[in-house]
Ligand binder design. Structure first.
Ligand code: BGC
Length: 396
């Protein structure tokens, strides 16, 4: 069980904070997070309500911006000013698979740093069922099939791919394509190990080719669009598909829509790959009884079995705890849990770089910058590949 919470972010290491015991009544917590979309807010409300129900006082500190880049800037500034929030949403990850648990430990992988609340899968297609049905299409199981379906939809006046071209969204699509077009070993070498041959080779060129093809399936309004607005386009049938992590399912759920009836979910094509991303909360070393009680209460609630079920039903993700029954979850979540186990056994379970699970900030930034520059220009795939290897090299 999660017994201790250490504090570590952006290279700042704080003293050991609290040890979590069963929920204590009361306490206060200022919680920094980036869950501001409809589905995200509905999921967070589960925690807010549990906290209040146990006598806690919640001070909300939302920082809008999908993917959390803006929130991380705010968190860094607060930490530098030695004014950290009581708890902050971060990336990383335990009653958990060994791979996920490693993200949650610091100090030479011996002590836990933060409480993990979920496992999000990144590599998903979301699609409007009516639109696909009306055009005689089924969910694509290869990238070529996707390209053919998207071309058909485009010819019929439908936006094939709802997308918001913000750097983190471009990177989200890129990593799904890299895993799918390149394969598990390629992803591991290029994106996790930053192997120069993989970063600069012919397979990477193919990955950028597919990115260019995808870009051609987006609409003129894509640059800068928020991810949840893009999900809304799929819900309304203005667009057919979105490639996005399963927080997108939180939006469908929040709108009362059901998988298999209103929309489809299917992993993007790959050789049983699975890109994971874990949301966690980090607890900072605090003075003051009330704040420490607030941390204890929050930590114990977050790691509770029932919370991990209810929260994830809203959030679109699956529980980080491995012992939560999945029977109340929908087909997408059940599929995600089954695939996670299978991929873990067969080498396909890979960390998301776009969501801070694979690389340090400098390397993540180097890749993301090139990916988004390529996507939002007419840069050739060869040039993008050359720049990618160069940027990663310079960042090491
Ligand atoms: C987080 C999700 C969040 C998404 C969009 C991801 O990085 O892990 O919890 O819903 O960004 O904001």
């Amino acid at each position: 069980m999660l017994k201790q919470v250490l504090i570590s972010t952006a290279g700042f290491l704080f003293a050991t904070a609290v040890s979590l015991s069963p929920a204590m009544a009361g306490g206060e917590a200022e919680v920094l997070h980036w869950w501001t979309s409809g589905g995200e807010a509905a999921a967070l409300k589960v925690l807010k309500d549990d906290f209040a129900g146990n006598g806690g006082t919640w001070k909300d500190m939302p920082v809008a911006g999908g993917g959390g880049d803006a929130a991380m800037q705010t968190l860094k500034a607060r930490v530098v000013a030695v004014d950290p929030p009581t708890a902050a949403q971060i990336k990383g990850d335990s009653l958990l698979s060994a791979q996920v648990a490693n993200h949650m430990k610091c100090d030479g992988f011996t002590k836990y740093c933060a409480a993990p609340v979920n496992i999000h899968r990144i590599d998903w297609f979301w699609a409007n069922k009516k639109v696909l049905d009306a055009h005689g299409l089924t969910m694509p199981t290869s990238w070529d099939e996707f390209n053919a379906a998207a071309s058909k939809l485009q010819a019929a006046g439908i936006i094939p791919l709802a997308h918001g071209s913000q750097p983190w969204q471009d990177a989200t699509v890129f990593e799904a394509v890299a895993l799918g077009v390149g394969g598990n070993e390629f992803y591991q070498k290029a994106i996790v190990e930053l192997n120069m041959d993989a970063l600069s080779g012919a397979t990477m060129v193919k990955v950028f080719d597919q990115m260019r093809t995808l870009q051609g399936f987006t609409d003129e309004g894509a640059p800068g669009r928020d991810w949840n607005v893009a999900t809304g386009m799929v819900m309304e049938g203005k667009a057919a598909f979105q490639i996005m992590g399963d927080w997108a399912k939180g939006e469908f759920t929040n709108a009362g829509l059901k998988p298999g009836i209103d929309y489809y979910c299917l992993p993007t094509p790959s050789d049983h790959g699975y890109l994971y991303n874990v949301d966690s909360f980090i607890f900072y070393s605090m003075d003051g009884k009330s704040k420490i009680e607030g941390q204890k209460l929050l930590g114990s609630l977050m790691m509770g079995k029932n919370f991990q079920k209810v929260f994830n039903l809203y959030k679109g993700s699956i529980p980080a705890r491995l012992d939560v029954p999945m029977d109340e979850f929908d087909m997408c979540a059940k599929g995600s849990a089954a695939d996670l186990n299978y991929s873990a056994m067969t080498g396909g379970l890979q960390p998301s770089f776009a969501h801070g699970m694979a690389l340090r900030l400098a390397q993540k930034g180097a890749i993301q910058d090139v990916v988004t520059e390529h996507f939002n220009s007419n840069m050739s795939s060869h040039e993008a590949t050359r720049r990618l290897a160069q940027a990663v090299k310079a960042s090491l």
